[in-house]
Design a protein around this ligand. Structure first.
Ligand code: DOR
Ligand code: ZN
Length: 348
C-alpha cells in the first residue's frame, strides 16, 4: 500500500509526559505543545507533586512556559504516597486541578524514592478515585531485587495488579507504557475499566537496540525494552483499533551528560518527533488509518474528556531529525536524532 502524501488527524493528546521544572521545563514544553493539545503531566519532580496545591503551582508554571500563540492544557497528576490524603485528592479533582493519580512503586524508576511500598494501605485513596471517576496511572514494575529486570512488568501483573483490581474492580486504571506481550494480553482480557498507554519508542526498540554493538544509553528507559516478540505484541495492540490502547509518549528529557555516564539515567526524549515516529510505525504496519483513533480519540474517551476540535497535518516528506535539543543546562538527545524520518508535522 502506498502512503498518502499527507495525513490530517484530529488534534492529538499525549497521555503520559514528563516536563520537569525550572529551566528544563522552559526548554521542553514547546516541543509537546507544538504536537499535542493536552498532556497528562507526570508528578515525579524533586520533590514530587504530592498535594493539590503543588499541582496547581506546577500547572501555573507549565502554562507560563508555553510558547506564545500555542494552546496547551496540562492535565495534572498527583504522586501517590502512603500519606496521600483522599480529601485533598477530592478537592483537587473537584476544583479541576487534578486529573489523575500516579503510582510509582518505591525505587522503580527516576525520582520514585517517595513512592509506594505497600499498596494495601491505600485502599481509601483508591475508593476516593473510584468515587470521583478519576484514573489511577500505574508504573507497573515490581522492585523486588530478586526479580530480573526483564520480568518486572509481567510479575507486577500477578503480584500487584490482579489483586488491586480484584479489590477495586470499578477503579479506572491506566497501565502505563507497557512493554510486554503479557501486559497486552492482560489488558485485552479485562473489562473497560483497564486501559494502557504505548510509547513511540517501545513500538520500535527491542533489547538488541539497547545492547548489540555497544551499549546505547539513549535507548535506555524504564520499563526497559524487551525482546522482539514483545515489541511485536505492542505494535499489534497499538494498530489493532482496540480502544483500550492509546498514545502516551513517556517523553522524558535528561541531559546527554547524565545519560552518557557510569550510571546513565532512564528516559527517552521523544516529544519533538512523537507523531512522526508513531506515524512511521503505523505506516510500517499498514495501519495509518488507525492512527487518529489511537492518538486522538481513545485516550479522551477513557478519561471521560471531550475530543479536541482542531486538526494537525503530517506530511510525507523525508525530514532529518536534529541530534540534540538545546537547553540552558546542556543538550538533550532527541529520539531518532540524526535519522531521517519519512513524516513531518506541518507547522502552524
Ligand atoms: O524511562 C523512564 N524515565 N521511565 C520512567 O518511568 C520515568 C522517566 C523519567 O522520569 O525520566
Ligand atoms: Zn513516565
Amino acid at each position: 500500500m502506498t502512503a498518502p502524501p499527507s495525513l490530517t488527524l484530529r488534534t492529538p493528546d499525549d497521555w503520559h509526559l514528563h516536563l520537569r521544572d525550572g529551566a528544563m521545563l522552559q526548554a521542553v514544553v514547546g516541543a509537546t505543545s507544538r504536537q499535542f493539545r493536552r498532556a497528562i503531566v507526570m508528578p515525579n519532580l524533586v520533590p514530587p507533586v504530592r498535594q493539590s496545591a503543588d499541582a496547581a503551582r506546577y500547572r501555573d508554571a507549565i502554562l507560563a512556559a508555553v510558547p506564545p500563540g500555542q494552546a496547551f492544557d496540562p492535565l495534572m497528576t498527583l504522586y501517590l504516597t502512603e500519606e496521600t490524603d483522599p480529601e485533598d485528592l477530592r478537592r483537587g479533582v473537584e476544583a479541576g486541578i487534578v486529573t489523575a493519580v500516579k503510582l510509582y512503586p518505591a525505587g522503580a524508576t527516576t525520582n520514585s524514592d517517595a513512592g509506594v511500598r505497600n499498596l494495601r494501605v491505600l485502599d481509601p485513596v483508591f475508593e476516593m478515585l473510584t468515587r470521583l471517576g478519576a484514573p489511577l496511572l500505574i508504573h507497573g514494575e515490581v522492585v523486588d531485587p530478586e526479580i530480573d529486570i526483564f520480568d518486572r512488568e509481567a510479575v507486577f501483573i500477578e503480584r500487584e495488579l490482579i489483586p488491586l483490581r480484584a479489590r477495586h474492580p470499578e477503579l479506572k486504571v491506566v497501565f502505563e507504557h507497557i512493554t510486554t506481550a503479557d501486559a497486552v494480553a492482560y489488558v485485552e482480557s479485562e473489562g473497560p475499566t483497564l486501559a494502557a498507554t504505548l510509547t513511540a519508542h517501545h513500538l520500535r526498540l527491542n533489547r538488541n537496540d539497547l545492547l548489540v554493538g555497544g551499549m546505547r544509553p539513549h535507548h535506555f528507559c524504564l520499563p526497559v525494552a524487551k525482546r522482539e516478540t514483545h515489541r511485536l505484541a505492542l505494535r499489534k495492540a497499538a494498530t489493532s483499533g482496540n480502544p483500550k490502547f492509546f498514545l502516551g509518549t513517556d517523553s522524558a528529557p535528561h541531559l546527554v551528560a547524565d545519560k552518557e555516564s557510569a550510571c546513565g539515567c532512564a528516559g527517552i526524549f521523544s516529544a519533538p518527533i512523537a507523531l512522526e515516529s508513531y506515524a512511521t510505525s503505523f505506516e510500517e504496519d499498514n495501519a495509518l488509518g488507525r492512527l487518529e483513533a489511537f492518538a486522538s480519540e481513545f485516550g479522551p474517551r477513557f478519561y471521560g474528556l471531550p475530543l479536541n476540535k482542531g486538526t494537525v497535518t503530517l506530511e510525507r516528506i523525508a525530514t532529518p531529525v536534529e541530534a540534540d535539543w538545546p537547553t540552558p543546562l546542556g543538550p538533550v538527545r532527541i529520539y531518532h536524532g540524526g535519522e531521517t524520518l519519512a513524516w513531518r508535522l506541518k507547522s502552524g
